[in-house]
Ligand binder design. Structure first.
Ligand code: GLC
Ligand code: GLC
Length: 811
């Protein structure tokens, strides 16, 4: 069942009922000011950091599920309604929500009144603009009352929901005409405040939540709206809010438009007062002046729309398959940008107060957005590498505001170092900018020990070489990619963190997955060494990679598939010898995509085993059989009920690894079949089962052992975005950036048909036409570049041209 539809021309998903199975959200903002907004106007805003500079208050884990947002109430006689349906939930005559790229639109119609809301965060500004247009479509005049409502968060979102003994006394506001200023803690150590204003004279306001709602009401029945009159309350402590009242008279057919701005202002620390106790507002007035008129709003909106248009034009496919086209051209790239901005911090499943930026997460996110914003990718790589330790290991997370490694979680996740190679290699393959390797980068943010980035990569590589276990496979440390496979943890008491309990490393437990990564990224590292003219290092790296390859075949192969790991007792994990958890997805995907066992025929066997043992109609499960009891020696993986999360859920992130692995083997039908199973556009019509947004990936879909098989969770912030984009764009459609130039080598279903790709690469636009007259799945027989046939698959890079026309014929 569907709850809406795609509008590809507008690049929007159109939700046609407010009663989606879960809130279906969107992200507004590209630089510093961000908002999350649901299809019923729930959500919140923050500036720069979702934990430390939270602007409006949201209630996670509440009822109803999506509690608090930025609401407009319309009072029309005795009928009170919201254009986005919540919170009054008054039945609307018409409802529509359009989530677009960086904006959302809402349309609500009730008793002949039509309200259209457009909400977006303008480029280069720290505010959210909401324009509401109200139209009287009846033949009699209407006397309406419009109320706005936001609830302020007292900045630190973590403290805001815990420290009531203090917070209920600190709230402060100022009101000047239509502008309501939130200035809690400004009197002491803050130099920032927020403002909520509207471009018209108001008929009343409220800033005290109790006055607005009444002490016993929720925001579905505010006293002020019921009574039709604000009380002009000025908050002192408790919970400050911002409410405007506008009395709107509309003649038949008349429409009026109001522009609301929710802004964040930072003043100079030494010049923050206008007079004693009165905040300096010049910057706020300037901001409000920028969005005073409809024309200004239209202009700012057009700039935003153009920004996304040009950004997404860097990879554009035109095939006979509209689902692939819409995911590649719009939604998958859009989600990659959101994961770039948010990492894993703020979604409807991540509260924004927990994790900072993950080392491995952010490195993998790079794979998905590097072609879109190479400059910011460069800066991100330097930030990440600056949190590495001198021995090559790394802080598992860092804070976006301070860019410092997070000591609470520390290091010991032994896959982390290799992801830095993956991200850096992707950046250089994309941009050709190898000067980044000479950039001086500190260790643990200590500039006095800075070395060129290349040396960081060397230490990443050497870390694995120097941390091997009894089978010459990499030691796993606290965990590898699978945060929940905690082989050195042995946690027996509730509340102990699986991530940090126990030693950060054991001398025995090994990971075959890291071995696969080492083979893949070890080779990419060797290529970077060559690029730098360092032949000896390249040779040494390849020799170590070969040793690892051999170790995997010797002790990492189980007969029908790759083993997952060896535990702290050197017992196999993910082997037919195990009682539960006999086969895991990660080593199958990664070893094969790294090329391990291909020539020996083992790779094909591993893929067959995945298909036979792990595949379901909704995607490939992470392991089987699910753990039905807690295994002290395995940790968190066995703590989840069977079928959920890392315990036999369909962890979408590693499905593309298997799909890529299939392209390595040349099976385009199977690679695409895997792609389709988790692809949002393909599962749109089972939204009642899948539940999460049909335009983005979720981290996890419940596996077949779960009660709610097929149900998605943790949508938006997942490495799935970057990996599926890498898979579809570089492996299935086959436009892969190499150090020398773009390689064209699709691996598609026999029936996929011809297709065209426009790809902007190092400043040159490539128009690539791919023909498949004989319906093969892989293999390019000829490549013509601007009319000249070239040998091989790689388009030689030539920056003297602006546009290059390529014809690739498969056979
Ligand atoms: C989460 C984490 C990621 C990890 C994965 C598997 O998505 O953000 O770092 O690799 O879970 O445990
Ligand atoms: C939990 C989750 C896992 C995530 C980790 C991040 O272990 O199950 O998916 O990667 O937390 O800290």
């Amino acid at each position: 069942m569907k709850y809406g539809h795609f509008d590809d021309d507008a690049r929007e998903y159109v939700i046609t009922t407010p009663k989606t199975p879960l809130p279906w959200i969107n992200y507004l903002g590209n630089q510093e000011f961000f908002s999350l907004i649901s299809n019923t106007c729930g959500g919140y805003s923050f500036c720069k950091d979702a934990k430390l500079l939270r602007i409006t208050r949201y209630r996670y884990n509440n009822i109803p599920y999506d509690n608090n947002g930025k609401y407009f109430y319309i009072k029309d006689g005795d009928t009170i309604w919201n254009p986005g349906w919540q919170p009054t939930k008054t039945t609307l005559d018409e409802y529509e929500c359009r989530h677009g790229l960086g904006y959302s639109k809402f349309k609500g119609v009730k008793n002949g009144v039509e309200a259209n809301v457009l909400t977006f965060v303008p480029m280069n500004d720290r505010c959210e603009v909401s324009r509401i247009r109200i139209k009287n479509t009846t033949s009699t005049a209407k006397e309406l009352k419009l109320f706005s409502y936001v609830e302020w968060c007292l900045w630190n979102a973590d403290d805001d929901e815990r420290n009531f003994q203090r917070n209920l006394s600190t709230g402060e506001v100022e009101v000047i005409d239509s502008a309501i200023f939130h200035k809690t803690e400004y009197r002491e150590r803050r130099n920032h405040f927020a403002v909520y204003s509207v471009n018209t004279k108001v008929d009343g306001f409220d800033t005290s939540r109790e006055s607005f709602l009444g002490p016993y009401n929720g925001n579905d029945t505010p006293d002020v709206v019921t009574n039709g009159a604000c009380t002009n309350s000025v908050a002192s402590g408790w919970s400050p809010v911002a409410v405007h009242q506008i009395n709107v008279t509309l003649a038949p057919g008349e429409e009026k438009s109001f522009v609301f701005v929710l802004g964040y202002i930072e003043n100079d620390e030494n010049d923050k007062w206008e007079s004693h106790g009165v905040i300096k507002k010049d910057l706020a007035w300037e901001m409000l002046d920028r969005y005073k008129t409809d024309e200004q709003v239209d202009k700012a909106f057009d700039i935003l729309v153009d920004y996304w248009k040009s950004l997404l034009s860097k990879y554009h496919v035109k095939s006979s398959n509209d689902k692939v086209d819409r995911m590649v051209n719009i939604w998958n790239q859009y989600q990659c940008m959101v994961t770039f901005n948010m990492s894993r911090s703020a979604s409807y499943y991540e509260s924004g107060i927990g994790r900072g930026m993950g080392f491995r997460d952010s490195c993998q996110d790079l794979l998905g957005f590097v072609h879109l914003i190479p400059d910011r990718a460069r800066a991100r790589i330097i930030d990440i590498a600056s949190t590495q330790f001198q021995d090559g290991s790394a802080y598992h997370q860092y804070q976006p505001l301070t860019k410092k490694g997070n000591a609470d979680i520390g290091s010991g996740f032994n896959d982390d170092p290799l992801w830095l190679i993956a991200g850096t290699s992707a950046y250089i393959r994309e941009t050709g900018d190898d000067s980044i390797l000479d950039e001086m980068v500190p260790f643990d943010n200590d500039e006095s020990v800075a070395t060129p980035l290349m040396n960081h990569l060397k230490r990443s590589f050497d870390y694995i070489v120097n941390h091997k276990g009894p089978h010459n496979l990499p030691l796993i440390g606290r965990a590898d990619w699978n945060d929940c496979l905690n082989l050195n943890c042995f946690s027996a008491h509730p509340g102990e963190s699986f991530q940090t309990f126990g030693p950060s490393e054991g001398p025995v437990a090994e990971s075959v997955f890291i071995a696969g990564m080492f083979v893949k990224y070890g080779e990419e590292y060797a290529q970077l060494c060559e690029l730098k003219g360092d032949k000896a290092d390249a040779e040494y790296a390849r020799c170590e990679v070969q040793k690892m390859y051999d170790a995997v075949l010797k002790d990492g192969w189980d007969g029908e598939w790759f083993i997952r790991a060896y535990d702290a007792y050197s017992h196999k994990v993910g082997s037919k010898e195990c009682e539960e958890g006999q086969i895991f997805i990660e080593p199958q995907g990664f070893c094969v995509l790294a090329g391990i066992g291909v020539k020996e025929g083992l790779a094909k066997k591993a893929m067959d085993s995945v298909k036979e043992k792990l595949d379901t109609k909704y995607g490939i499960m992470i392991l089987q059989p699910a753990y039905t009891k807690y295994h002290l020696e395995l940790g968190e993986v066995s703590s989840y009920p069977p079928g959920y999360k890392e315990n036999a859920g369909i962890f979408c992130h590693n499905n593309p690894w298997v799909s890529i692995a299939e392209t390595v083997l040349g099976d385009g039908d199977r690679a695409f079949e895997i792609y389709k199973k988790t692809c949002p556009a393909y599962i749109e019509d089972i939204s009642e089962i899948h539940c999460t947004e049909p335009y983005v990936y979720s981290q996890m879909v419940a596996g077949k052992d779960a009660k709610f098989f097929g149900q998605g969770k943790n949508s938006w912030l997942t490495g799935t975005a970057a990996w599926t984009f890498t898979n579809i764009s570089q492996y299935i459609l086959g436009i892969y950036p190499t150090l020398e130039g773009l390689s064209v080598n699709p691996c598609i279903p026999a029936e996929f048909g011809d297709f065209n790709i426009t790809r902007v690469y190092r400043g040159v636009t490539y128009n690539i036409e791919i023909k498949n007259p004989n319906k093969v799945q892989k293999g390019v027989a000829s490549l013509t570049v601007d009319g000249v046939e070239v040998a091989g698959n790689v388009i030689p890079f030539d920056d003297s041209k602006k546009t290059v026309n390529v014809i690739a014929t498969m056979n």
